[in-house]
Design a protein around this ligand. Structure first.
Ligand SMILES: C[S@@+](CC[C@H](N)C(=O)[O-])C[C@H]1O[C@@H](n2cnc3c(N)ncnc32)[C@H](O)[C@@H]1O
Length: 549
């Protein structure tokens, strides 16, 4: 498979593994329209910090659990005048490149730097994505082809799903001979388990040519739409239809059944390919739809086309359609995003994505209780879209947003607060979130636990690494080192900041919970291997045996 090379690649290729693991420090919670010091535990999170470290901090809790990732990274246009730098010369990124790539970083071109910046972040996003999830990456032509090759490498070329073309600007870049009007969204999955949803039908862009005016059913002529088969091939798959000519509605439609009876007595069958007025149906349609004969008769209608001839139509209620890979509706243009942020009174932020675009991405790739991650959050359009969708359909989607710049609070979180509290002519809507900063690294450079970190955070980390579960508030009466019980295994983290701990008979005597297996972390162990194994005990040494993400 072709792969892309750039200066600095070898330094960056495994860098995601070396990024120090930091926990998150809760700054405030926002609930019932107000800010509180306590955590809301709503699952909605806004994290202020470099996404490289923030994504890493999410791994213990969210690895393989994110159903939909949308990112809108800097396009690398070279434009540094925006409120955010659309250029990898941002001082924070330059400093990071200097540290990771070293002296060589001074010679990197704009594209090398961008690729060095994106690669480890995409690696972490890949880890966070669920096996049935999808990632959508907005990008313009500056880095589109580099991004495609890098994503092929990280996500697998076979997991490339499509490229969506978004008409982002109707007039286009008129200073060019060919005015560019579009940008792109690359779509990757993690495996072949992803199933994309259909999306709500846009009434203005319906491809249906008939509509039942009375019941608002859609009506579609029943025939195989696959042009490969032509109209009258494969007669062995035809079924006869019977039309009831006694009943006719005011549109001239007759009911149709698959069963012949006294009422349904006009048989319609394509006897030969020249009989183009005949009604006919593919067997597979029946099997797929799994509908009963009764329903069928009321769902099918016939319309005479000339004496003795009928066309058969299917009536159906379907409010969704397959999404198209070219989006040209004006609700997707960038200007729409600018208007939307203006309505929120946050016009300082230029060119946010329009809500419709991100809502579409969310609807396509997730269900109403999934987690949506945006690690280049900007003005927080993704959180806004999640809250709006939940409000519309009663869903319980969660958002996780990461923003590096200081406006993570004053713009990103502020937007979410205004959305929840109502703004302009928009009513308040349900929603709460927690705001976090990145905390110190969990491990020191020598690999020891950082003693400045709250013990509870270390306990949570260890329990996650073992079970991929959060520490539950449990009611077990046990010693204070008990972390929890999961799958009949009890976990203990026998750790004291200023004292060496030893797994011995005294410690065992303090255990109260009954379990099939005990995993106990401590600094030392005085119990023999034989004793441990006979008593279903596993000793893990601190910090050596703590899994490092
Ligand atoms: C193009 S903007 C995203 C706009 C967003 N989609 C919206 O609708 O408002 C990119 C954002 O990513 C942020 N960003 C860039 N590098 C980052 C990093 N390493 N970590 C976190 N955020 C970063 C920038 O500060 C900027 O706000």
């Amino acid at each position: 498979m072709p792969s892309l090379h750039w200066i600095g690649k070898e330094k960056i290729i495994n860098h995601h593994a070396d990024v120090p693991f930091r926990t998150l420090k809760h700054t405030y919670g926002f609930d019932n329209g107000q800010q509180y010091p306590n955590e809301t535990h709503s699952g909605n999170k806004i994290i202020h910090g470099d996404n490289l470290e923030a994504l890493k901090s999410l791994l213990p809790e969210y690895e393989g659990k994110i159903k939909c990732i949308y990112i809108d990274p800097p396009y690398n246009t070279g434009n540094e005048n925006w409120v955010y730098n659309d250029n990898v010369n941002d001082p924070k990124i330059l400093k990071w490149l200097g540290q990771v790539v070293g002296k060589e970083s001074e010679d990197l071109s704009r594209h090398d730097k961008w690729l060095c910046m994106m690669y480890p972040r995409l690696k972490l996003l890949h880890k966070l994505l669920s096996d049935d999830g999808a990632i959508f990456i907005s990008i313009d032509d500056n880095e589109l082809y580099n991004l495609k090759l890098v994503c092929d490498e990280i996500f697998g070329a076979n997991n490339y799903y499509t490229q969506i073309i978004v008409q982002s600007n109707v007039r286009g870049h008129t200073y060019r001979q060919i005015a560019k009007t579009h940008e792109n969204i690359l779509v990757y999955t993690k495996s072949d388990q992803t199933e994309f949803n259909e999306i709500p039908k846009d009434p203005e862009n319906s491809d249906l040519n008939l509509q039942d005016n009375i019941s608002k059913f859609n009506i579609r002529e029943l025939r195989n739409r696959n042009p490969k088969f032509g109209r009258f091939n494969r007669p062995n798959l035809f079924y006869p239809f019977y039309v009831c000519s006694d009943i006719v509605d005011k549109n001239g439609h007759f009911p149709v059944s698959l069963q012949q009876s006294e009422k349904y007595n006009i048989e319609v069958f394509p006897k030969n390919s020249s009989n183009i007025d005949s009604c006919w149906r593919w067997g597979s349609l029946l099997a797929d739809k799994n509908i009963s004969e009764d329903t069928l008769s009321s769902n099918l209608i016939a319309k005479p086309v000339r004496t003795g001839g009928f066309n058969i139509y299917e009536k159906y209620r379907k409010d969704t359609v397959k999404a198209k890979s070219i989006l040209f509706n004006t609700s997707f243009i960038t200007e729409r995003g600018t208007v939307e942020i203006g309505e929120l009174g946050l016009s300082i932020f230029e060119f946010p994505k329009p809500l419709s675009l991100i809502s579409l991405v969310i609807l396509l790739s997730s269900s109403d209780d999934d987690i949506i991650l945006d690690s280049f959050a900007g003005s927080g359009t993704t959180a806004h879209a999640v809250l709006n969708l939940n409000e519309q359909d009663g869903g319980n989607r969660k958002f996780i947003l990461i923003e590096m710049e200081d406006y993570a609070d004053t713009i990103t979180a502020e937007r979410v607060k205004r959305v929840i509290n109502g703004y302009a002519d928009k009513q308040p809507i349900n929603g709460s979130f927690d705001f976090y900063e990145l905390d110190m690294p969990l491990f020191n450079e020598d690999g020891n636990l950082n003693e400045a970190i709250e013990v509870e955070k270390i306990r949570q980390y260890v329990f996650y690494t073992e079970t991929k579960q959060g520490i539950a508030i449990h009611t077990h009466n046990d010693n204070r080192y008990f972390l929890g019980k999961h799958n009949d295994t009890a976990y203990y983290f026998y750790y004291e900041k200023d004292k060496i701990t030893t797994l011995d008979f005294n410690f065992l005597a303090s255990i109260k919970v009954k379990a099939g297996l005990y995993i106990i972390y401590a600094d030392n162990c005085l119990l023999s291997k034989d004793f441990l194994s006979k008593n279903h005990l596993i000793f893990k040494k601190i910090p050596r045996d703590i899994t490092k993400f």
